[in-house]
Design a protein around this ligand. Structure first.
Ligand SMILES: NC(=O)c1ccc[n+]([C@@H]2O[C@H](COP(=O)([O-])OP(=O)(O)OC[C@H]3O[C@@H](n4cnc5c(N)ncnc54)[C@H](O)[C@@H]3O)[C@@H](O)[C@H]2O)c1
Length: 252
């Protein structure tokens, strides 16, 4: 496959949450290979360190700080450190999430709060933390990772899907709040992406069912989501804001 090269991404300062594995890992790699300066947080140190090692050959090696994004105060502090390291911030990819299955019966008030913290709350506060740097730079791009799950109404994911539905509202609200600062805000809605973690949930039969429900054959890869993130961060998408960009192979 021949992929696009975006000259506007060279040297662009990019912060990614949950960049240590899965889609986030592909996003970190894709931006780094475009010549962007990438900094990411994750709760998992080993895969993050391994990713840094794997990308040792890029012009600007990515920078990693361990952070639990559910601790809002600490996350805000760590974003400050990442901005200081990069010398600014042009792009924020709000990617970290956790799609642990939960039955309707087992959801307690504490579990609800914890799911909302890991799947929704950090996206708003990360945006708030980077906006001053984006304003200083004359603009920026914020990309929130949503999910096809609530559009389909999948089972055993009530709180995750509630959070993912809210992200689309968050995107539209932030796009309105920040548009006059030339800060664009969009949602990427992945379909079912073949990440190592997803393979835990799906048997080969279940994967075949998903492919049968897609319009296109084949399994979506993390790099396919990263390709959309690159476009939404590049100048090529300069009039794209407040909307959803689906990468789902037409899954209905
Ligand atoms: N994979 C899919 O099929 C799919 C489908 C729809 C939406 N999405 C969305 O795409 C995004 C990435 O999904 P993924 O499949 O790569 O997920 P993943 O679980 O494979 O990776 C998520 C990353 O976030 C990190 N993370 C989790 N909790 C954290 C915390 N508290 N603090 C810091 N880091 C934390 C994890 O360590 C991991 O590296 C998520 O927002 C997810 O909801 C994925």
């Amino acid at each position: 496959m021949h992929s696009a090269i975006y000259p506007s991404l060279v040297g662009r300062k990019v912060i990614v949450s949950g960049g240590g594995s899965g889609i986030g890992e592909a996003v970190v790699e894709a931006f780094a290979r475009q010549g962007a300066a990438v900094a990411f947080v994750d709760i998992q140190e080993d895969p993050s360190a391994e990713l840094i090692r794997r990308l040792a050959d890029v012009d600007i090696p990515p920078h990693f700080i361990r952070c639990d994004i559910t601790d809002c105060a600490d996350y805000g502090h760590k974003i400050g450190k990442l901005i200081a390291h990069l010398g600014g911030c042009d792009v924020l990819i709000n990617n970290a999430a956790n799609d642990d299955r939960h039955s309707f019966e087992e959801v307690t008030p504490a579990y609800w709060d914890e799911r909302i913290a890991v799947n929704l709350k950090h996206q708003f506060f990360a945006a708030k933390a980077v906006v001053p740097a984006m304003r200083a730079a004359g603009g920026g791009s914020i990309v929130n990772l949503g999910s096809i799950s609530w559009h389909l109404g999948l089972k055993d994911l009530v709180v995750y899907q509630t959070a993912k539905a809210a992200i689309e509202g968050l995107t539209r609200s932030l796009a309105r709040e920040l548009g006059r600062d030339n800060i664009r805000v969009n949602t990427i809605i992945p379909g079912n992406v073949q990440t190592p973690r997803q393979m835990k949930w799906y048997s080969p039969e279940a994967e075949a069912e998903i492919v049968a429900a897609q319009c296109l054959d084949g399994r979506i890869q993390p790099a396919d989501i990263a390709a959309m993130a690159l476009f939404l961060a590049a100048d090529d998408s300069r009039f794209c804001t407040a909307h959803n960009y689906w990468v789902d192979a037409g899954w209905r």
